[in-house]
Design a binder for this molecule. Structure first.
Ligand code: HGY
Ligand code: MN
Ligand code: MN
Ligand code: MN
Length: 411
């Protein structure tokens, strides 16, 4: 019988609020972009807390951090928990952080009680999950899983031309361990849902079955800069008009595959961005997602056709390409069963669901049995400084994480 250990909700909440100050914003969110000094500070905090618990901390060559708490048997692969400590520029206090600090609370609880697990336990902080500063998202868990190689990751540039490799070394987190060399037997990722379903259905836990497919595109439209006052409308080649039409087409393509499809233009750069010059160049990004990869193929085909059509109608040059895709993922049945039994033991209302957002677990599922545990967030709001998850919801998630990891450890 799995022991009935209880996490310390206040201690978890205090750590969430303490780390939220690192990169904290006036509106109560966090701006802690990956591989910045704020990221270094929270990494240092994380390493110190794990070492205080007697864990050994290993860092790999793309900055992933692995803290290990010994178990009875050193010959058994660790059971891992993990998520990310980097945030969006206008991120909230819980996206990613809850998964790492929830795992830390599990380790603290086991140390409080002196409980010895069969397998070692591991807690992971994955580098650059957000993909906001360095695209694509889940970059370092992708290197760990063999989706990308280290050279690709190192070469990724932010909008100021700084590379991932330079930034990683600047904060002192280029570790010795080869990516993928630090092994574990399974991974559980606790995360806020970042959507409205659990709150709307008054469920405390999402028993996550998988992650939907995701694709990112980059588009360059080139027209001609010219005077806004003296250039007749019929002689213009306005790149921003083309971009505006394609923003609307992305929206229309997603609506055409409702209710599951989503499509977003999130980043746009207009040149020369001067109020009395006709925009000659626009760069923008597209994010498409859907649980079914075949539908993503249809959305992609429709989008590329729209780029051709709009560019020719406006006499623009266009260059559109896919820069990243993460196919739809199904999680491991044994891991899901451990989450379900822990949820039932905690007496929490739950529902099965697929993740709309991307997570490191989507890549880790390729190399180890993996699953996720969701808790609600107010209004389903995330990637927003007002993101909020309650004291009790965080506690429930960490309690289920503890129960699931102990169940899995005793299988
Ligand atoms: O894009 C995502 O879904 C993740 O939050 N990086
Ligand atoms: Mn996240
Ligand atoms: Mn996120
Ligand atoms: Mn994510």
């Amino acid at each position: 019988m799995t022991p009935n250990l209880q996490i310390n909700p206040q201690r978890l909440w205090d750590s969430l609020m303490e780390t939220a100050k690192i990169g904290g914003t006036p509106k109560g969110g966090i701006c802690r972009l990956t591989l910045t000094d704020h990221d270094r500070r929270v990494r240092d905090w994380f390493r110190a807390e794990c070492e205080t618990l007697g864990c050994t901390v290993t860092v790999d060559e793309v900055g992933n951090m692995f803290a290990v708490r010994p178990g009875r048997r050193a010959d058994v692969l660790p059971v891992a928990m993990g998520s990310h400590l980097d945030t969006q520029p206008t991120g909230g206090k819980f996206d990613g952080v809850l998964g790492v600090l929830g795992g830390l609370e599990v380790l603290r609880t086991l140390n409080d009680t002196g409980y010895e697990t069969n397998a070692p336990l591991m807690l992971v902080n994955w580098t650059n999950e957000e993909g906001s500063r360095f695209a694509p998202a889940m970059l370092a868990s992708g290197v760990y899983a063999g989706v990308f190689d280290r050279a690709f990751a190192d070469s990724r540039q932010d909008r100021d031309g700084v590379t991932f490799g330079e930034a990683l070394e600047a904060i002192g987190y280029r570790g010795e361990a080869k990516a993928g060399s630090v092994k574990f037997g399974a991974m559980f990722e606790l995360h806020i849902e970042q959507g409205p379903i659990l709150e709307a259905e008054e469920k405390a836990i999402g028993v996550v079955q998988g992650v939907q497919g995701m694709r990112w595109y980059e588009v360059n439209l080139t027209g001609r800069e010219a005077h806004t006052g003296s250039t007749p409308m019929t002689l213009r080649r306005n790149a921003l008009v083309g971009a505006a039409r394609l923003v609307e087409r992305v929206d229309r393509i997603a609506h055409a595959h409702a209710p599951s499809a989503v499509g977003t233009v999130g980043l746009m750069e207009v040149k020369p961005n001067s109020r009395n010059v006709i925009p000659g160049h626009v760069f923008f990004t597209v994010d498409f997602r859907h649980p079914n990869d075949a539908v993503l193929d249809e959305m992609e085909k429709a989008f590329f056709a729209a780029v051709e059509e709009v560019a020719s109608a406006l006499k623009l040059e266009s260059d559109a390409g896919k820069i990243w895709e993460s196919p739809a993922v199904r999680f491991d049945a044994d891991c899901i069963a451990a989450v379900r039994s822990a949820t039932e033991r905690a007496g929490l209302p739950a529902r099965d669901m697929v993740s709309g957002a991307g997570h490191d677990a989507a890549y880790i599922a390729r190399v180890a049995p993996t699953t996720m545990i969701f808790v609600p967030c107010a209004g389903g709001l995330s990637h927003n400084e007002e993101e909020s998850t309650s004291f009790d919801e965080c506690a429930a998630g960490a309690q289920v994480l503890l129960g699931a990891v102990l169940d899995y450890d005793r299988r």
